[in-house]
Design a protein around this ligand. Structure first.
Ligand code: 5GP
Ligand code: ZN
Length: 113
C-alpha cells in the first residue's frame, strides 16, 4: 500500500534488519527499540488492524511470534518478553499496518510495561 512505512519495508524500499521472513510474514528489529532486541512481526500483506486480518494470516503472525520468542530472549539474554499489539490509533498504534511487538524484558527493568 502506498505511503505505508511497513509496506515499504516489505517491498525493500526502506532498509531493515530482518530477523525472520517467509512468504506471508516478516520480522525485523524496531528502529527505536524499547529494549535491545525489540522485534516487530508483521503480515506482508497490508491490513491496518488485527480485526482486519484473515484468520489464517492472524494465525501465521502469532505462530511467528511463538516461534521467535525463545530466540529473541536468548539473543539478548532476557528473562521474559512483553508481547503486545497496539490495535488502532486510540490504543497507541502509530503505524497503520498490523504489527506485534516482542520486547525483551528482565527483572531489573521493573516488570510492567
Ligand atoms: P506502534 O506504536 O504503531 O505500535 O509501533 C510502531 C513501531 O514501529 C514503533 O516501535 C517504531 O519505533 C517502529 N517503527 C516506525 N517506523 C519504523 C521503521 O521505518 N523501521 C523500523 N524498523 N521500525 C519502525
Ligand atoms: Zn502496509
Amino acid at each position: 500500500m502506498a505511503d505505508c512505512i511497513f509496506c515499504s519495508i516489505v517491498d525493500g524500499d526502506i532498509p531493515n534488519h530482518t530477523v525472520y521472513e517467509d512468504d506471508d510474514v516478516l520480522a525485523f528489529l524496531d528502529v527505536n527499540p524499547l529494549a535491545r532486541g525489540h522485534t516487530l512481526v508483521i503480515p506482508k500483506e497490508h491490513h491496518e488492524r488485527v480485526n482486519d486480518l484473515p484468520a489464517d494470516l492472524a494465525a501465521d503472525v502469532f505462530a511467528t511470534v511463538h516461534d521467535l520468542t525463545d530466540d529473541v530472549e536468548a539473543a539478548v539474554d532476557a528473562e521474559a518478553t512483553t508481547i503486545a499489539v497496539n490495535n488502532g490509533p486510540a490504543a497507541g498504534q502509530e503505524v497503520p499496518h498490523v504489527h506485534a511487538h516482542i520486547v525483551p524484558r528482565s527483572e531489573a527493568d521493573g516488570g510492567k510495561p
